[in-house]
Design a protein around this ligand. Structure first.
Ligand code: COA
Length: 381
């Protein structure tokens, strides 16, 4: 059964504008992404991630004084409760870190007495709490599954430095921290993508922010969305050597395989974040002796653009950059959450300002109406 001619079905909601938003915009002509009007590459160059978080929640970049007050608040919220640490210890050691993070964020909601308060002020406080605690959860979960003691956060460190400290027990070279911090800025926000739309949909029933973020984490995990940064690195490891890259991509093209880290629903002529993040990835490759990954990516990207006209997306340079920093692959998408929590919560607050319950329609294509038979008369289908 097909849809009646007067009804146009938008599979995957492609091309549908479901609302207005002032948080970010992609400019089709230049493929530029802006957050509250600022090009993301300029934000990555001139600001720390904390300033970008402030921008996404307040609509303006902070002054020095405002940033200090904001950071004081964030740093004071970094610790997680002994109860949550106990929960982390109960998880299966081979559970995916996105699943444990999703459960832990849901637990934060259960712990927070303000969870049900949907006022803007309470949602801002809860957003800062999640931004502060999510890195602690990810690092503690990682160490617990390795049989190591979690490392407590340090209030004198920036968010990026503190994550390295809690994960590895030390803060690396400033260039590595810079690359990580820039990746957080690039990942922070991207309009009505699948996870953000999930968050907006959940809160549109006047549910609450932890429920919305828990759902968003579930959505981000998929390899067509945030999970692509992990998938890119698995692909590069599978290729293994520069000498094998051309044959690998030729085979993928011949067999119409989905190649991770390429394509985008919104950008059709390249994602403007990619050249900037690629610059940071190349920096990492120099510092960490990772030239091989640069060479393999160059071959994949040149061939794919030339043969299919499909460009790499942000996950393409981010995957190997995180790998070279020493992070284990299943941590890549949780790191995306460290950043995207800011965009999600900005959208949740925006949705609540002028809310309308999300409730699209479908065209029914099931069996026609029929009578219910008593069980004694039913035959197995
Ligand atoms: N590898 C191979 N082919 C791809 C591709 C990729 N990464 N991305 C798109 N294509 C192909 C599609 O198969 C389709 O081919 P067809 O017309 O012969 O069927 C064509 O390009 C158009 O793509 P379309 O399916 O319209 O793109 P979309 O908007 O539905 O999908 C993504 C966008 C991101 C889901 C898709 O590009 C993808 O799966 N990419 C890989 C996963 C990834 O990197 N995700 C992170 C996104 S930021």
């Amino acid at each position: 059964m097909t849809a009646p001619a007067e009804i146009k079905i938008a599979k995957g909601l492609a091309g549908v504008h479901s609302d207005t938003s002032r948080v970010s915009k992609v400019f089709d002509e230049t493929n530029t992404l802006t957050y509250f009007g600022y090009p993301v590459q300029e934000l990555a160059e001139h600001c720390r991630f904390e300033e970008v978080a402030y921008l996404l929640w307040h609509g303006e970049l902070p002054t020095d004084e405002q940033l200090k007050a904001f950071e004081k608040q964030e740093r004071a919220e970094r610790a997680i409760s002994p109860q949550l640490l106990e929960v982390l210890k109960q998880f299966r050691k081979d559970a995916h870190p996105m699943d444990t993070l999703r459960t832990a964020v849901s637990f934060l909601g259960v712990e927070d007495p303000e969870a049900a308060d949907n006022s803007k002020a309470a949602n801002l406080r809860k957003s800062i709490r999640m931004m502060a605690k999510i890195p602690t959860i990810i690092a503690a979960d990682f160490r617990i599954r390795k049989g190591q003691q979690p490392i407590a956060p340090k209030a004198e460190l920036t968010m990026a430095e503190n994550f390295f400290h809690m994960y590895f027990g030390e803060v690396p070279d400033a260039k590595v921290v810079r690359c990580f911090d820039a990746s957080l800025t690039f990942y922070a926000e991207h309009g009505f993508n699948a996870s953000t739309f999930t968050a907006r949909t959940i809160v549109s029933s006047l549910s609450e922010i932890y429920a919305a973020v828990t759902g968003a984490i579930g959505s981000l995990k998929g390899p067509l969305h945030g999970g692509a940064n992990e998938a890119v690195m698995h692909m590069l490891l599978q290729i293994g050597e520069t000498s094998k890259a051309q044959a690998w991509i030729d085979d993928a093209l011949a067999n119409k395989k989905l190649v991770m880290g390429f394509g985008h629903r919104v950008y059709r002529n390249g994602d403007s974040r990619v050249p900037y993040m690629t610059h940071y990835f190349h920096e990492m490759a120099k510092i960490k002796n990772g030239q091989k990954w640069v060479e393999i990516e160059d071959i994949l990207s040149k061939t794919f653009i030339e043969k299919k006209g499909i460009h790499p997306n942000l996950d393409f340079p981010v995957g190997p950059a995180y790998y070279l920093m020493g992070f284990e692959i299943p941590i890549f998408t949780p790191i995306f959450v460290i950043s995207r929590i800011t965009g999600w919560t900005a959208h949740i607050m925006e949705q609540l300002e002028d809310n309308k319950l999300m409730r699209p329609l479908s065209v029914y294509n099931g069996v026609p109406q029929r009578p219910v038979q008593p069980i004694s008369k039913r035959k197995a289908a």
